[in-house]
Ligand binder design. Sequence first.
Ligand SMILES: [Zn+2]
Length: 283
Amino acid sequence: MLKVLYIFIDGVGLRPAAPDNPVHAGNCPALCKLIAEHSVSIDACLEVEGLPQSATGQTAMFTGTNAARQMGRHCEGFPGPTLRRIIHKTNLFIELTRKGRRCCFADAYMIDKISDLEHRRFKSVTTVMALTQPETILMRDDLLENQAVSHDITRTYLVDKGHDLPLIKPHQAAEHLIQVARANDFTLFEFFLTDLAGHSRNYQAACETLIMLDQFIEIVQALCKATNMLLIITSDHGNIEDMGTKSHTRNPVPLVAAGPGAEIITTNASNLTQITPRILRVF
Ligand SMILES: [Zn+2]
């Protein structure tokens, strides 16, 4: 039975080579090869003026609704009440669960029970979506058993915050992610340090983030291929590909699909809203 791994990388757009574009084969050869050989370029601006933002972009990605047009603007960061309503009504996890598919959000929350998450004031689009199907949520114990992945891949962020757990290499995190993906039908992993690096305007930091991410992606891709899993990679808007500005960009984003059913994901794909319906079609 088909298994799908969807890696959502925040803030990575497509832009021709330039001295302030760190997204090149020198930093991220595996990602660049996937983009060159297995992707289409899609629009993240959603027919709305201004710079695309995370809350509306991700809602479009995970619900299939043009949330930016519905809001009349691009909304930053965490979704407010209207966007949350859109996500609650339907999303990728709800629809796949309805089809009898087992879904998982592979990013570990450092909590011991779901209610600890429900009470958080600021919730990302992915957190709001995961809470609509709480069985998708992985927690501290899962991470300790290597059955989940830290959002920053190596767990450096968690260790710096005082959590007691071993640091791991990107290739180990990739192996953990594939284990999770093999135990589920659809697995989502979200990585947002690329967006933070883009906002920092620190070119060196952006390169380091991309190099680490690429070591992870290289192994993820090899293991997806070895296990005949469909790998999807995309982003919600541009940012890191233009370190000359600390804001997002209106550049298109890559939609990578490699493996069984890849052509259903990418053929004639033109914008973020098409990703969810196409994933549903693959299943
Ligand atoms: Zn974003």
